[in-house]
Design a protein around this ligand. Structure first.
Ligand SMILES: *[C@@H]1O[C@H](CO)[C@@H](O)[C@H](O)[C@H]1NC(C)=O
Ligand SMILES: *[C@@H]1O[C@H](CO)[C@@H](O)[C@H](O)[C@H]1NC(C)=O
Ligand SMILES: *[C@@H]1O[C@H](CO)[C@@H](O)[C@H](O)[C@H]1NC(C)=O
Ligand SMILES: *[C@@H]1O[C@H](CO)[C@@H](O)[C@H](O)[C@H]1NC(C)=O
Ligand SMILES: *[C@@H]1O[C@H](CO)[C@@H](O)[C@H](O)[C@H]1NC(C)=O
Ligand SMILES: *[C@@H]1O[C@H](CO)[C@@H](O)[C@H](O)[C@H]1NC(C)=O
Ligand SMILES: *[C@@H]1O[C@H](CO)[C@@H](O)[C@H](O)[C@H]1NC(C)=O
Ligand SMILES: *[C@@H]1O[C@H](CO)[C@@H](O)[C@H](O)[C@H]1NC(C)=O
Ligand SMILES: *[C@@H]1O[C@H](CO)[C@@H](O)[C@H](O)[C@H]1NC(C)=O
Ligand SMILES: [Fe+2]
Length: 526
């Protein structure tokens, strides 16, 4: 299986990985012959080969292009232009890494672009000697605030690695009663394939936390998913095991994220190595955070891998930030750390879900102060819609414990959502689909979807990963539709100033499993 061969490759490659030569003959011996194609998760022959391309809006006039390489680039460059035959403009950035990472993350912010315009780009060393061939890539910049053109967005939460080392048609044979559930059917598309199949139907992708689930390396190992020779991970093997799953996920996403902005938020699995405490039921070993390496804790990989538009919005790194797109103002929040003083954040000291020793990333009350200021400053004449994404839910019909329902998040954020007339907030963390009624403080808005005052709430953590789906428990009074039997993603379509449609799209076959339209008068003359 891939994980196995990648582990071996990583060990053989050793320190030679960071050679400075940009030259096939100088690069470490090629473990995987690329033959012009990069196999997801494999270690490239040429350490400068650009991999895992990902884009993030940086205002309507900017785009941040990020990618990873096995060697550090002194001054990474992106070549771009408005024609495929002229990418003569150059933007320059920087290259970062962290202990236990196998790669360098290169970040280049391009500025001075026109809004809603298609650009062609190449990153430095694209098509270098020994590298897989890669055609010139493209992106389209964000629409300016107030652009009334209808548009759609794909939203996922809890999207993990797909394929042989992640969600596939089988699960590890040794799982017993804690076995992974809901493997794919033989003819199902997985969610990454489903998003690819529908790529022309949305402008960008928002992913509100739990990205890749590389921390499932431990559970997949002891359940025999990688074969019997990697059953018992240790502090050494977990480094390459975790990194191979993480890099493989980013590789699988590249056909999407190299041409569409990929706007991410933090989830507990970005701060995690042991899935919040994994017990190997076969060998009676309980893994704790003592097996975690630097890259797996305190959101270290997440901080280094992405560059969200916080500079543009006064936010904090990849944790909280906002941006405009046409008629909508999008806000990403951090439910994992940095809740207001007096409230226990799920992943900080005292929390248990991600080992409990992460954050904070801002000064006390920074996130909530920023949120109120950001909400207060939205020009609703330009962006009547306010859409918020954060990882953890508080209205759910699933496992009902403190790890899943974030009452502290509700206390922190819900009053502001109501006060500032937020239209919709989306969450996940629980691995099923639940479309709730507009609601605040447990009171359903009697208007329903017809111009409610309370925010609409949709929980869609059904994107899928190795472990499967969660099971509905009961049917609370706030729920309109709940589905716990299908993998899927959300498509939001902004028709105009007053109508917004949400669809739950089956990953397996593209069927729309649920659709509902919100009407908001959006007359803000006060
Ligand atoms: C690659 O490196 C080798 C050894 O250092 C050198 O002989 C060769 O000229 C280099 N080739 C290129 C294309 O730079
Ligand atoms: C793997 O180990 C399990 C139990 O430890 C055993 O039942 C199974 O046959 C083994 N599989 C292989 C391929 O050795
Ligand atoms: C850690 O696991 C790897 C892979 O299974 C194995 O080769 C290595 O000997 C183990 N190291 C220790 C210290 O147990
Ligand atoms: C599992 O290990 C714990 C100690 O770590 C021990 O108390 C317990 O008896 C073991 N259970 C079995 C079934 O061996
Ligand atoms: C997590 O990282 C932040 C900076 O990125 C640091 O301020 C904080 O102390 C770290 N938290 C822990 C528990 O190490
Ligand atoms: C969840 O638990 C809380 C108390 O812990 C209770 O008030 C609530 O009704 C429960 N919800 C469901 C759906 O069981
Ligand atoms: C929520 O409603 C209860 C009464 O049901 C009230 O006591 C409480 O103050 C309300 N909380 C907020 C934040 O409005
Ligand atoms: C499509 O997939 C869904 C589950 O995702 C399933 O319920 C439905 O029956 C499938 N439809 C067809 C036409 O196969
Ligand atoms: C807005 O879009 C909805 C849905 O397509 C449509 O029914 C409505 O007439 C549109 N409103 C205006 C003012 O165009
Ligand atoms: Fe989660």
């Amino acid at each position: 299986m891939w994980a196995r061969s990648v582990l071996a490759a990583a060990l053989l490659l050793g320190a030679g990985v960071h050679s400075q030569a940009v030259n096939e003959t100088n690069s470490p011996s090629c473990i995987t012959e690329s033959k012009g194609v990069h196999v997801p998760g494999s270690i490239p022959c040429n350490p400068y080969e650009p991999l895992q391309h990902r884009l993030a809006y940086a205002g309507p006039n900017g785009m941040t292009v990020s990618w990873s390489t096995y060697a550090q680039i002194a001054s990474p460059e992106v070549y771009y232009g408005t024609s495929p035959f002229d990418v003569s403009s150059i933007a320059t950035g920087y290259s970062v890494t962290y202990p236990t990472s196998r790669v360098y993350d290169n970040h280049v912010k391009i500025t001075g672009l026109k809004p809603n315009t298609k650009y062609w780009y190449r990153v430095q060393y694209q098509n270098c000697p020994g590298c897989a061939y890669r055609a010139t890539d493209t992106f389209v910049t964000a629409r300016e605030a107030g652009d009334e053109t209808p548009f759609s967005v794909a939203v996922v939460v809890d999207l993990g690695l797909m394929g042989r080392d992640g969600l596939s048609t089988s699960v590890g044979p040794l799982g017993g009663s804690s076995a992974a559930a809901n493997p794919l059917g033989p003819r199902d598309l997985n969610t990454i394939q489903g998003l690819l199949q529908n790529k022309d139907t949305y402008d960008f992708i928002a992913h509100y936390g739990d990205i890749a689930y590389a921390d499932y390396f431990i559970k997949e190992s002891w359940q025999g998913y990688f074969g019997n020779n990697s059953l018992i991970p240790n502090v050494t093997s977990v480094v390459d095991g975790y990194n191979s799953l993480l890099e493989q996920y980013y590789d699988q996403m590249t056909p999407l994220t190299s041409s569409k902005a990929y706007m991410v938020g933090a989830g507990n699995h970005e701060a995690n190595c042991d899935n919040g405490g994994t017990t190997d039921a076969v060998h009676n070993i309980t893994y704790t955070t003592s097996i975690c390496t630097t890259g797996q804790t305190n959101f270290t990989g997440y901080i280094n891998h992405f560059r969200m538009p916080s500079d543009e919005s006064g936010g904090d790194g990849n944790f909280w930030y906002s941006f405009d797109y046409g008629l909508a103002h999008f806000i990403t929040l951090d439910s994992e750390t940095d809740l207001p003083v007096g409230l226990q954040s799920p992943d900080e000291a005292g929390g248990s879900d991600a080992g409990g020793d992460n954050g904070p990333f801002g000064y006390p009350n920074e996130q909530i102060q920023w949120l109120e200021q950001d909400l207060a400053s939205v020009d609703r004449s330009k962006t009547p819609w306010i859409i918020i994404g954060l990882h953890r839910p508080w209205y759910i019909a699933a496992k009902n414990d403190s790890g899943d329902v974030c009452l502290a998040c509700q206390q922190a954020f819900e009053p502001l959502f109501l006060k500032y007339n937020v239209d919709l907030y989306m969450q996940g963390h629980v691995h099923l689909y639940e479309r709730n009624k507009p609601i605040a403080n447990y009171s359903i808005d009697p208007a329903g979807l017809n111009n409610p005052k309370a925010p609409w709430n949709i929980v869609n953590g059904a994107a899928g990963h190795y472990d499967g789906l969660d099971t509905l428990v009961g049917s609370p009074y706030w729920t309109d539709v709940a589905i716990d039997t299908a993998y899927g993603w959300s498509r939001l379509t902004f028709h105009n100033r007053t109508h917004l449609t949400h669809e739950f799209v089956s990953s397996a076959n593209g069927t729309i499993l649920d659709s509902a339209t919100l009407y908001k008068a959006h007359d803000f003359d006060n």
